[in-house]
Design a protein around this ligand. Structure first.
Ligand code: SF4
Length: 592
């Protein structure tokens, strides 16, 4: 590999040719401030538009300051990153950005976690010259079921555009207008709701300001908690326990499962359950579907559609409904764990309590913003009563716990309630890319072969590579498995399915890079992909510690089928736990 040697702040460094100054400086431990640059190297995601101009530095022999995120290192270069001239330039740029920014920091949803505010503090800005000339705060807000866009807070860093278009290939956001009215918005400046947005929330996860935030369901949850006529039940998704601690000062990858349960009880939830239970249920239903299609396929039945595609990620469901509606009979019809949980809570569990479903409120704690939209889909309600009433993100839960003055660190671990709180390790790993299909393989193998699995850790299905594949031997029958995380990667596998080239029997897709651990509702990773890796490791740790590691071994799941559902994928199970998909393109065209 060809390398170049250069000097940055009087230190010599040798880097591969083509490396940017920003990256080379990082190797020397020099942190050059930036608002637009983002490098999630483990996920192969980089945003370097050279747009904010905060990261400028002096390069010896050049008249103009150079943006370090887009300037490549050259042999013999001498770079100074913090001279008086550089500091002055950064301050001036920052003052320009702030002069056109709303001043509602006290009530901004990003308050306390805003990169723009931190940068202003870091650069020592104490006043903003020229405000009186700026066309500010024209109240350009766009509310969708999951995401709020506040166009006045857009600083054109274009991180959201990179995530939406380059990484996810969703194409919902791009730069519009110029000058003070410039912003990143859907085509023709329409609302997100009527764009191709999948609500994966990756734009929110990387936005450095309050321009993209989530719809807040906490006030509605608070109202339900104080209503004496309501029984409020909460479910927590697997990825939440691996990230919530970060908001309270724990190292990334610290599991806070027991403390989270204790905090939810302290907040007033009557029953604290685990979405992992519903993940086990999903595996029974999805695994049954896989084996049914596989058996029919092996018998020569041409109507058996393979590969089966997982369907537990609503961002992914929105994506194929939008871009691959012709393939809508290919994915599994199993509902997501969030929705399976809601359907069971408001039937089976409401019956146990002897209450009407209208008197039960189901809240989900999710790493995900698409879940907010999913729980509002009309097909997931009965007589206008949704199976899941409200969905709050990991970040919202953290804020809620802090508002209630609960000190998470001093809480003693508590256990989930029964019966919807018991889960296997297979349910836990749903939260990371590859986990859903690994969980399905653990069950499908034993059901298909009638033999006990000696090895439950399928490490060949794990990792962070965007597209992965493996062949698992089902006692002489090779099962080809594909995995994609990030919708751009999923698109590649779907194109093969559409053209009939796909050799897979089953494909797992998660919309967010890394899976739900990297979801749009998780604590902000601020461009550090190590955090995503630590969260994944935490879930595999919890899986290993579980006494049961296969979904079909969960005794509460067995009981649920015996007492209530009947057969997997039987009439009742199908009615409650399965769904159907739409051609979203048509819906969007009608709305336009
Ligand atoms: Fe939501 Fe997880 Fe899908 Fe992301 S990967 S959209 S967090 S379900």
């Amino acid at each position: 590999m060809e390398t170049v040697k250069l000097i940055i702040d009087n230190k010599e460094v040798e880097v591969p040719k083509g490396t940017t100054i920003q990256k080379a400086a990082k190797l020397l431990g020099i942190d050059i401030p930036t608002l637009c640059y983002m490098d999630l190297h483990d996920l192969n995601i980089e945003n370097k538009p050279g747009g904010c101009r905060i990261c400028v530095a002096e390069v010896k022999g050049r008249r103009n300051l150079a943006p370090t995120c887009s300037t490549r290192c050259e042999e013999g270069m001498v770079v100074s990153t913090h001279t008086v001239r550089v500091l002055n330039a950064r301050r001036t740029v920052m003052e320009f950005i702030l002069s056109d920014h709303p001043k509602d920091c006290l009530v901004c949803p990003k308050s306390g976690n805003c990169e723009l505010q931190s940068m202003a503090h870091r650069l020592g800005i104490r006043e903003i010259p020229g405000q009186e000339y700026a066309a500010m705060s024209t109240y350009r807000k766009d509310f969708s079921p999951s995401i709020i866009r506040d166009l006045d807070k857009c600083i054109m860093c274009r991180r959201c555009e990179t995530m939406c278009n380059t990484v996810q290939t969703v194409g919902a956001l791009s730069a519009v207008n110029r000058g003070f009215m410039a912003a990143v918005a859907p085509a023709f400046e329409q609302n997100l709701e009527f764009s191709t947005c999948t609500y994966c929330g990756q734009c929110v996860a990387v936005c450095p300001t309050g321009a993209l935030t989530e719809i807040n369901h906490v006030p509605s949850v608070l109202r339900a908690l104080v209503d004496p006529t309501k029984t409020v039940v909460v479910q927590t998704a697997p990825a939440v326990r691996a990230a919530l601690g970060e908001e309270f000062g724990y190292e990334p990858g610290t599991l806070v499962t027991g403390k989270m349960v204790a905090a939810l009880r302290a907040l007033g939830f009557k029953y604290v359950f685990d979405t992992d239970f519903a993940a086990d249920l999903t595996i029974i239903e999805e695994g049954t579907e896989l084996l049914d299609r596989l058996t029919r396929h092996l018998k020569g039945d041409k109507t058996a559609r393979l590969p089966i595609l997982t369907s537990c990620c609503p961002g992914w469901v929105n994506f194929f409904e939008e871009y691959f509606p012709d393939l809508k009979d290919v994915p599994s019809t199993s509902k997501s764990p969030q929705q399976m949980f809601g359907a069971i809570a408001k039937t089976y569990f409401a019956d146990i309590l002897g209450i009407n479903r209208k008197d039960m409120v189901v809240v989900s704690i999710m790493p995900c913003l698409a879940k907010k939209y999913e729980c509002q889909r009309p097909e997931f309600s009965v007589d206008n009563n949704p199976d899941v009433d409200f969905s709050i993100s990991t970040r919202e839960l953290a804020a809620f716990i802090k508002q209630a003055n609960i000190d998470l660190k001093t809480l003693k671990d508590e256990e989930f309630d029964a019966p919807l709180g018991e889960s296997s390790g297979a349910g836990v790993i749903f939260g990371t890319t590859g986990g859903v299909i690994e969980a399905a393989v653990r069950t499908a193998y034993e059901v298909h072969t009638g033999k006990k699995l000696e090895r439950v850790d399928f490490t060949e299905l794990r990792g962070l590579e965007g597209v992965r594949s493996a062949t698992i031997d089902f006692n002489g029958l090779p099962i080809n498995i594909g995995i994609a995380h990030g919708l751009g990667n999923a698109r590649k596998l779907l194109d093969d399915v559409r053209s009939g080239k796909s050799q897979f029997h089953a494909i797992e897709v998660m919309a967010c890079p890394g899976g739900c651990i990297g979801g749009g509702g998780q604590p902000l990773h601020h461009g550090n992909s190590e955090i995503i890796k630590e969260r994944a490791a935490a879930l595999y740790r919890e899986d290993r510690q579980k006494p049961l590691r296969k979904s079909h071994d969960n005794p509460f799941i067995k009981k649920l089928y015996e007492e209530f559902l009947g057969k997997p994928n039987g009439e009742k199970a199908h009615h409650l736990l399965h769904t159907h998909y739409f051609d979203k393109k048509k819906k969007i065209m009608i709305k336009q």
